[in-house]
Write a protein that binds this ligand. Structure first.
Ligand SMILES: Nc1ncnc2c1ncn2[C@@H]1O[C@H](COP(=O)(O)OP(=O)(O)OP(=O)(O)O)[C@@H](O)[C@H]1O
Length: 272
């Protein structure tokens, strides 16, 4: 499987990002840098602003102020398809693959922006279009094998177990040949086995492909094992940042997850 080289992957820089919705400040001056080839987790209690961060990075929401750059290229304000074309791919919290389409064809959809033959040449089955499609199918097979679903290429995605559907979605994002991958709760709803398997694939995407990953995830075990760097949000503000071991023991983070001691509002499972 082809790998990205250090020069292909640029840092993703978020600077002083603020997003307001009709009086509510969802993000309040957030800054973070995703270094090339690292996993950067964005965590925080419900409503902290994680999804809003993702939606700005992928162009779904517009920033009220602040900037996002990939290397020197400004992404702020670009529409989602332009951001994707610049190499920032995302997966969704909920399954988004067409259930009756085979895994192979679903992954081919991910290669749409890399397809050069127009649909007339493809429709006429010109040799150039046939060659191009064969090359894309070969790459789809490689990527499917990389995430461990190579023997499911002819299966309709809807017939796969849940964990494999999520991996197919990750594979579709990889089919865009991104340099940055935004993963929105990639292990949510999975069994322990599926979580382990998916975490290993994500580590492989970083270690073997050199792709940078922004990870929003509630499963603290997965975050602490995978992340090189963690940014913690609470009520739209960055309350801590650093390597997992440091963030895990930060009193502000513990307090944000547990609630203030005098409210008695505790949630042991969510403790980082
Ligand atoms: N489109 C929107 N319109 C209005 N308010 C929004 C919108 N999107 C998010 N918000 C608000 O912004 C705040 C941050 O929400 P966000 O979804 O980013 O949090 P989150 O950390 O992803 O939470 P969760 O873990 O529950 O998914 C919340 O108060 C939310 O209600």
């Amino acid at each position: 499987m082809t790998t990205a080289t250090a020069t292909d992957v640029l840092p993703l820089r978020v600077e002083d990002l603020t997003v307001r919705f009709a009086g509510l400040t969802a993000l309040d001056g957030i800054s973070l840098t995703v270094e090339p080839g690292t996993v950067h987790a964005v965590i925080g209690p419900n409503g902290a602003g994680k999804s809003t961060t993702f939606n700005v990075l992928s162009g779904v929401y517009r920033a009220t102020s602040g900037t996002v750059h990939l290397g020197t290229r400004e992404l702020t304000g670009l529409p989602p398809h332009r951001i994707a074309a610049l190499g920032v791919a995302r997966t969704f919290q909920n399954l988004a693959l067409p259930p009756r389409t085979t895994v192979a064809d679903s992954l081919l959809l991910g290669r749409h922006r890399l397809t050069r033959s127009g649909f007339v040449t493809a429709g006429l089955r010109l040799p150039s279009a046939v060659r191009e499609e064969r090359a894309h199918r070969e790459r789809v097979r490689e990527i499917a094998e990389f995430v461990g679903i190579g023997d499911q290429l002819d299966t309709p995605t809807g017939a796969l177990p849940y964990g494999l559907q999520k991996l197919a979605e990750l594979a579709r994002a990889l089919c865009m040949e991104p340099s940055v991958l935004l993963l929105d709760e990639p292990v949510a709803g999975m069994t322990a086995d599926e979580r382990r398997r998916t975490a290993a694939v994500i580590a492989g995407v970083r270690d073997s492909l050199g792709i940078s990953i922004v990870l929003v995830e509630h499963d603290m075990g997965v975050v602490m094992r995978l992340a090189d760097e963690v940014t913690v949000l609470d009520f739209g503000r960055r309350i801590a940042a650093g390597p997992p071991s440091r963030v895990q023991n930060d009193p502000a983070v513990i307090q944000a997850y547990l609630g203030t001691p005098d409210t008695g509002d505790t949630n042991e499972e969510a403790t980082p």
